[in-house]
Write a protein that binds this ligand. Sequence first.
Ligand SMILES: [Zn+2]
Length: 129
Amino acid sequence: MRGRPDAEQGNNNTLRAGRADDTGGRAMKKLYRDLTQEAKASYGITEDRNDESWVYCTTCDRAMKQGDCIVGEHGVMQCAYDDCMPEGNLAFQSLYGWDALQQELGGEAAHWPERPEWGKRYERRGASS
Ligand SMILES: [Zn+2]
């Protein structure tokens, strides 16, 4: 899946400058639902860009509302679950629209419900050993 904003590249220095109040660095999470419509258009995972649309994380096999996803420093949307550990590479996006992915996976995800539940794992059949 592509479609990341290339304009973000080379802009990382200016983003960090002049934020003395933000001591922790990671203390403030920026959520998708807090973005402007313009930003949602570039960061969004599902086609409708809706906060309420479900997305699926291929790292932890769980679903979440798109609006709860975290906008990472690298311009990549990250999993909403705190205990999800994308191995080292934070620039790797592991999120996909629930409906789109289910269609793409076909039989691997045929047992998935139309509407997933928060916190529940939905494994892909035959995807892992
Ligand atoms: Zn995850």
